[in-house]
Design a protein around this ligand. Structure first.
Ligand SMILES: *Cc1c(COP(=O)(O)O)cnc(C)c1O
Length: 395
């Protein structure tokens, strides 16, 4: 027997649930790419993106996923043989570093243990050893979706400033933008990137990069620039150049709708909604933890992200069975363990277009699976989540 008919809930950390309004916004014929309305749409999106990143710099929209936006960020400011320091927070930080390596960049990884956020004092110590300023850029991920860890980007920015090192600070906000606060200029970030399909509730296919003032000079020198990613081409006057070709019209309509929804709700409310729903998930996991077979991947509670929770499953229990039960019996798709957490963890995304019934439903289904599969756990995780939400959301 299965009880999965009805709407499937995506609790994978991307792509996330797309609002019906966003889907419907795409259901339009293509329009003239040389006429006013589309040009005005592009202008409004570029302006709203710099607002989201919180920078006085410029933003760029690529027809690409996050991997494309990574490449866009790297190629616009680096040259072959430049050295970058990757701050390891999980698989996504390492993958961004791998992309740099394949482009011919010299990559050094500041090792992390996948259970903690990047430590600012460790970054500071490493930069102090770089007296010759050989490190040209520092790559960090605000929320590493594999580990579920939130790194304090502001604190890392301060550490860089304390040393007085002038490497560019480049940050991946794919799993955090429009879910938790981000303040590019105020935190000393020079280049930031994101994608459409996570907190921004839009179908996959758009990659975003924001470039601050300090990224301009390295951009002039960068020899990794290529025609498609190049900011200088996209800074040109013609609308066609903004996309280095035909604009992805329907995705732009979708993004416009999604941004309107986020701004209507108010970003502070969006952040608070994420925090409350993430905490509901954590309350449930804390109860399940009592059976000693379930644990948070992120050791320090203050470093657990508000967009994804990575849950470790004890030896002898196969997370695939849990995934299959949730998905095929109940219609909830959970995230899998990535990299070295493959086969040892499951992930609960709480990112983007989510509300209390979606989260409580997801938690309820996981609790069903824990029971059905005889995975020892403290009972009443969902109740703990309900209690937290009731305390937080007053009548
Ligand atoms: C999803 C994700 C990416 C990669 O995005 P794709 O669109 O899959 O290429 C990069 N960084 C983080 C933090 C992510 O969560």
């Amino acid at each position: 027997m299965a009880v999965r008919a009805g709407r499937q809930l995506l609790a994978i950390p991307g792509p996330t649930n797309i609002p019906d309004e966003v889907l419907q916004a795409m259901h339009r014929p293509a329009v003239d790419i040389y006429a006013g309305p589309l040009i005005a749409l592009t202008d409004s999106l570029l302006q709203d993106l710099v607002k989201l990143f919180a920078t006085a710099g410029r933003s760029y929209i690529y027809i690409a996923n996050g991997h494309g936006a990574w490449e866009a960020a790297l190629t616009n400011v680096l040259s072959k043989g430049d050295k970058v320091l990757v701050l390891e927070s999980g698989m996504f930080a390492l993958s961004w570093g791998d992309a740099a390596k394949r482009l011919g960049v010299d990559v050094e990884v500041l090792a992390g243990d996948w259970r903690h956020a990047v430590r600012p004092e460790q970054v500071e110590a490493r930069l102090r050893l770089d007296a010759g300023a050989t490190i040209k850029a520092i790559l960090a991920v605000q929320i590493d979706t594999s580990t579920g860890v939130l790194t304090d980007i502001k604190a890392i920015g301060e550490a860089i400033k304390t040393v007085g090192h002038d490497a560019l600070f480049m940050v991946d906000t794919v799993a955090s933008l429009a879910c938790v606060p981000f303040a590019m200029d105020a935190w000393g970030v020079d280049v930031a990137m994101a994608g459409s399909q996570k907190g921004l509730m839009t179908p996959p296919g758009l990659g975003f990069v924001a470039a601050g003032e300090r990224a301009r000079a390295p951009h002039q020198r960068a020899d990794l620039r290529t025609p498609y990613w190049d900011w200088s081409v996209r800074d040109g006057e013609s609308h066609y150049q903004k996309y280095a070709g035909t604009p992805p019209e329907q995705l732009l309509f979708a993004l416009r709708q999604a941004l309107d929804m986020l701004f209507d709700e108010g970003l502070d409310n969006v952040f608070l909604r994420h925090q409350l729903l993430a905490e509901a998930v954590r309350r449930a996991v804390s109860i399940w933890q009592k059976g000693k077979k379930i644990d948070f991947n992120v050791a320090d509670a203050a470093q657990r992200s508000n967009t994804v929770t990575t849950v470790l499953l004890g030896e002898g229990f196969d997370p695939r069975l849990l995934h299959d039960y949730c998905n095929f019996k109940c219609g909830v798709a959970l995230g899998r363990g990535l990299g070295k957490l493959n086969g040892r963890a499951f992930r609960i995304a709480h990112m983007g277009h989510i509300n209390a019934p979606m989260i409580l439903g997801t938690l309820g289904v996981i609790e069903m699976a824990l029971r059905a599969l005889d995975i020892p756990h403290g009972g009443g995780g969902v109740e703990a989540a309900i209690e937290w939400l009731t305390d937080s959301v007053k009548a």
